[in-house]
Design a binder for this molecule. Sequence first.
Ligand code: ZN
Ligand code: ZN
Length: 649
Amino acid sequence: MDNLKVTLPDGSVREVPRGTTPADIAKSISPRLADAVLVARLGEGSNAVEEGRLWDLSRPLEGDTKLSLLKPDDPDALYVQRHSAAHLLAAAVLELFPETKLGIGPPVENGFYYDFVRETPFSQDDLERIEAKMRELAAQNIANERKLLSKADALKMYTDWDQPFKRQLIEEKAADQMVSFYQSGKFIDFCLGPHVPHWGRLKAFKLMSIAGAYWKGQEGNPQMQRIYGTAWPTQKELDDYLNRLEEAKRRDHRKLGPELGLFSIEEQAGPGLIFWHPKGGLVRKLMEDWLRNELLRRGYDLVFTPHIMLLDLWKTSGHTGFYKESMFGPVEVEKAGYQLKPMNCPGHILIYKSRLRSYRELPVRLAELGTVYRYERSGVLHGLLRVRGFTQDDAHIFCRPDQIEGEIEDCVRFAWDTLKKFGFDDYVIELSDWDAAHPENYAGKPEDWHRATAALKNSMQRLNAPYKVIPGEAAFYGPKIDIKLIDAIGRPWQLTTVQFDFNLPPRFGLEYVGEDGARHQPLMVHRALWGSVERFFGVLIEHYAGAFPLWLAPVQVEVLPISEKNLDYAKQVEEKLKAAGFRVHLDDRNEKIQARIRDAQMQKVPYMAVVGAKEAEAGTVSVRERSKGDLGPRPLGQFVADLQSEAKN
Ligand SMILES: [Zn+2]
Ligand SMILES: [Zn+2]
């Protein structure tokens, strides 16, 4: 007989007749297991989704294989639940609005969507009705069955049904004679699968929003309505996710920025361009002061380079080739093209090159808070995080090979100190290496790559820093280390980069005179700690939910006289705090004290000093802290001393 060998994760091998399904194997192990699993994974390795190795429990195995039976909380099984939820969504839409035309419906991060064409826009009420219908269908435990149709039959079905987008997909995508479909009751979809055995296995889902989309994501194509949903293995995980979303919304820097007087984006000036308002400007000054002092302390030189430079420079650097799509178009002046700078590197290179360098003066570390402009499509712009004009905390290090490991270590230490200073304790480090199978796709010689990657690894080891290597993730010009910080609510943010460059030094003919008197090419490293001032500020706002620590708060103390009669003493308090170097605001508006306390609270001012007749007489202030509330009266001198000690830490 024709038997198959199935190897289970524990290494045991089962011989089963051809035609056996993963469900059969699960049942033969235990009925409990058979009830618990959702889908199977064939083979091994982490890319089962991409490689099409996920398998319906009811689909017969087709050859010898490794087999894992996946429970709902396995990430691959979760992916399948979300895909099945997308089908369930489409089925519910068709039940309620049978005339709807179907686009595509894939799983995505945290959930799924389905694209529809329908003349009437879906309303919020429709969304609720659709979700209720999804629950109704799920409660019927309708099975998801894989079916094969010939391409001709599939085309005929979609023609008769008048589903032009699906028809188009069959025409374009179905190479084989037989096309796979998934049928669930009345609903059928062109789909590679796999799916959960029946819709009753979807335990926790919710429709989230409606957005516009173009068919195939291309402008000019028919407009579709995209319904987004989220799906999780359990109700608890769904609730946790919804809470995280709420929390993220509460911290959204696009909302807090204007509320706290930090920044705005002005329609009249154009998208993706940031206006720093007085309070945001003050925070920026404090951030930059700290950074510039650290740069000088750590042996960097501060430079400034022009915002616009000859187009020819960007041809030499190669940016007009590989970076063209991200640059603003050139400007013509006196018949010469000029380019708004998308990067600071060529400017720093020109400073390095302005005279012959000796091995003795290396490393040269040039730092600039350099403002750059990049073309980002308006659709991807996002508050401070994705913008068209921003200021990088950029630096370029030119050094000898024997210096490189020390330089990398210093960069990583600098990054750590920066994260700590700004209140981040958690981070992950990723090392992006090249794809060794395709050296032709990269600048630099293989030995350059090996040496640079080894230097990165050695530095990480000496720093005792755990890191993950990601092969094939490097830019074409060199390997890099990225540090992603984890914010107060567990979200990762890509900020720090330390990046080798094997491309620019030869393009610009960079040199130094070695100890041997001969000319050598220096190593070049780009590095940014915050990434950009804008992006880092956005992350800070969300991390602190706008409540900056005392040293960064634009207003540190709000002085609040209880009534007009206490104004003189309030002014004395203000003067004393200012003299001690604090940023103070006296709120003498003609409003009730409770209303002014509430306003200071809303502005997330760290401390309020409330003063009335009692305080004036005793020489005290009644202290309120923004999160702890009323701390009671304190002698003014004591309050100043307490603030000083807190600001120092
Ligand atoms: Zn599908
Ligand atoms: Zn650079």
